[in-house]
Design a binder for this molecule. Structure first.
Ligand code: ASP
Length: 308
């Protein structure tokens, strides 16, 4: 093994009984494009950090996934995006929360990491750093998708009637990538519009280092997707790393424990992707499905939605 890459396009997928063959193909194609973008870097001996950034940018550019273009709307009908990156070699990290404007929020997170002494910025100054870094900005029409707008109206109507159900396809989404490069360094990146009809100003687990995003060469890199509040309270991503470090658990066992016990038993529907410095990948989820994909050097790319 010289490299490994895993990606996700969100947990809590459209029910298998409801997805059309066209839509299913479109999801697989979007995931494949993101794997390709990340793998191109790893294949050339490039760093895991660049690979996860490229893979997440590709997913942010796909309107089907809830990040960048196609992000969900909050209760006020606005899009507020969260993103983070973390480098396992140095534990450097960057994050943004509640931003709107940069085409690729993950690159804004990376600009915070590379151009400031801080880990997370919000508001005007986060946008200024992104613009000083030369990142492209887009307007509302670029980010808008009818499907997300309709999902907001539906959710608000249900809320009004006191009948908001827990349909994960409407509530969930997020994109992420984890990679291990040929030098044995790992990295993680995650980006999201959050949850449909969230309160304005709400920040989920995605940009919180240790909750939705984490990377440390000594253990693993993790990118999560699901009911953010629970991932925050259970410190999901860092908990996997802690179990590996303190209990000597392999990555699969540690990731499975966090998703199936800690999260699932506490209303934390969702899943995550994780990779260790030996290129072992875990992709557990505790709901109907998780848009996901993986590739290792010398092996074919795989994209999946439901349980295999
Ligand atoms: N975890 C994200 C959030 O809570 C949403 C998701 O992954 O579905 O913002």
């Amino acid at each position: 093994m010289t490299y490994a890459l895993a990606i996700h396009g969100g947990a809590g997928t459209i029910l298998k009984s409801k997805i059309t063959p066209e839509l299913e193909r479109a999801y697989h194609a979007g995931l494949a494009r993101a794997l390709e973008a990340g793998e191109a870097i790893l294949k050339d001996g490039g760093p895991a950090l660049d690979a996860v950034t490229a893979a997440v940018c590709a997913l942010e550019n796909e309107p089907l996934f809830n990040a960048g273009r196609g992000a969900v709307f909050n209760a006020d009908g606005k899009q507020e995006m969260d993103a983070a990156v973390m480098d396992g070699a140095t534990r450097r990290a960057g994050a943004v929360a509640g931003i709107f404007g940069p085409r690729n929020p993950v690159r804004a997170a990376r600009a915070i990491m590379e151009r400031t002494d801080h880990v997370m910025l919000i508001g005007e100054n986060a946008l200024r750093i992104a613009s000083d870094a030369g990142l492209p900005f887009e307007d509302e029409s670029y980010f808008f998708t009818q499907a997300r707008w309709d999902a907001l109206q539906e959710t608000l109507e249900m809320r009004e009637e006191g009948a908001e159900n827990d349909d994960p396809a409407r509530r969930h989404g997020t994109v992420g990538a984890v990679a291990c490069d040929a030098s044995g360094h790992v990295a993680a990146a995650t980006s999201t519009g959050g949850m449909t009809a969230k309160a304005p100003g709400r920040v989920g687990d995605t940009p919180l280092i240790g909750s939705g995003t984490f990377a440390d060469d000594a253990t693993c890199a993790v990118s999560a997707t699901g009911h953010g509040e629970v991932f925050i309270r259970w410190n999901a991503a860092a908990e996997i790393s802690a179990r590996m470090r303190h209990l000597d658990e392999p990555i699969e066992t540690a990731a499975e424990h966090v998703v199936m016990q800690d999260l699932a038993q506490n209303d934390g529907s969702g899943g995550l992707i994780a990779v260790d410095a030996a290129g072992r990948i875990a992709m557990p989820f505790n709901c109907e499905g998780m848009y996901r994909g993986m590739v290792r050097s010398g092996e074919p790319r795989k994209t999946l939605i439901y349980r295999a």
